[in-house]
Design a protein around this ligand. Structure first.
Ligand SMILES: C[S@@+](CC[C@H](N)C(=O)[O-])C[C@H]1O[C@@H](n2cnc3c(N)ncnc32)[C@H](O)[C@@H]1O
Length: 223
C-alpha cells in the first residue's frame, strides 16, 4: 500500500477542503439523503428526543443538522478527527436556533476514539461511514473505549463494508463502490466485525437496510 491508511490522513486534507468550501464533499456529499437515512435508522432502533446521542466521526454535522433540532436541547454530542470540520458544520449548517441547542464544547476533537470529556449519560451512538475509512484493527479498541466511557449506552449503530471471509482483493459492493482489505475504502468479513464486537463486550446484529454506497448496518448492544 502506498497511500495513507485513510484519505483523511492525506497532507493538509482538512485545511485544503475547508479553504475551498468543500466541507460537504469530504464527508461524502449526498447531504439530505444520507442525513435522512441516519435519522430513520436511529428512530427505527428506538432513539427518542429525550435520549443523549453520540455521533462518532460526525464530520460537518450531516446527521447533526437533522438530529440537533429533533433531540432535546443539549442532547447531541459529536466527535471527529477534525475540530475545524465540526466547527464549519456548526457555523454554516445549523440555524441560529440550532446553534443555541448545541454548545460548541459538545463537539470533541478525537482521532483516537478515546472519547475525552464525554459524559457518562450517552444513551445511543452512531458511527456512520467512519470505520469504512479505517483499517480493521481500529474497530476493536474503539468499541472497548466506548463501552467503558458510555455505561448507559443502549445501542451503537455502526456501518461497515463487508466482503466474504478471506477476500484479499478488490470487492464490488452492491451499489458499485469498490472496497479493499489493504487500503481505503476498507472492507472486512462479517465474522471479523462480530469477533471485534464480542471482544469489546457487545452483541452484534446485522440489519437488512439499504444504505448509501452499499454499506451494511450493524447494531451493537452491550452484552
Ligand atoms: C465519510 S465521513 C462521515 C461523517 C459523518 N459520520 C456523516 O455521516 O456525515 C468520515 C468522517 O470520519 C472522520 N474521521 C476519519 N478518521 C477519523 C478518526 N481517526 N477519528 C475520528 N474521526 C475520523 C472524518 O473526519 C470524517 O468526518
Amino acid at each position: 500500500m502506498t497511500g495513507p491508511v485513510s484519505p483523511y490522513l492525506a497532507p493538509a486534507f482538512y485545511e485544503t477542503a475547508l479553504a475551498t468550501g468543500r466541507h460537504r464533499d469530504i464527508v461524502g456529499g449526498r447531504w439530505d439523503e444520507t442525513a435522512g437515512a441516519q435519522m430513520a435508522a436511529l428512530r427505527d432502533e428506538g432513539l427518542t428526543p429525550a435520549d443523549r446521542l453520540l455521533d462518532i466521526g460526525c464530520g460537518c454535522l450531516r446527521l447533526g443538522h437533522r438530529a440537533v433540532p429533533w433531540l432535546d436541547t443539549g442532547h447531541y454530542w459529536g466527535t471527529d478527527a477534525s475540530l475545524a470540520l465540526m466547527r464549519r458544520g456548526w457555523e454554516v449548517e445549523l440555524t441560529d436556533a440550532d446553534r443555541a441547542r448545541l454548545p460548541l464544547a459538545q463537539l470533541i476533537e478525537d482521532a483516537d476514539f478515546a472519547f475525552p470529556g464525554l459524559p457518562a449519560t450517552i444513551d445511543m451512538a452512531i458511527a456512520f461511514a467512519v470505520f469504512t475509512h479505517l483499517p480493521a484493527g481500529r474497530l476493536r479498541p474503539a468499541l472497548a473505549a466506548l463501552k467503558a466511557r458510555a455505561p448507559r449506552l443502549r445501542k451503537l449503530l455502526l456501518t461497515l463494508f463487508l466482503a466474504p471471509e478471506g477476500h484479499d482483493g478488490a470487492f464490488r459492493q452492491p451499489d458499485g463502490v469498490v472496497t479493499h482489505a489493504t487500503r481505503p475504502p476498507w472492507h472486512r468479513s462479517a465474522a471479523t466485525a462480530e469477533a471485534d464486537a464480542a471482544a469489546a463486550g457487545f452483541a452484534l446484529h446485522w440489519r437488512d437496510r439499504r444504505l448509501p454506497r452499499g454499506q451494511r448496518l450493524a447494531v451493537l448492544v452491550p452484552s
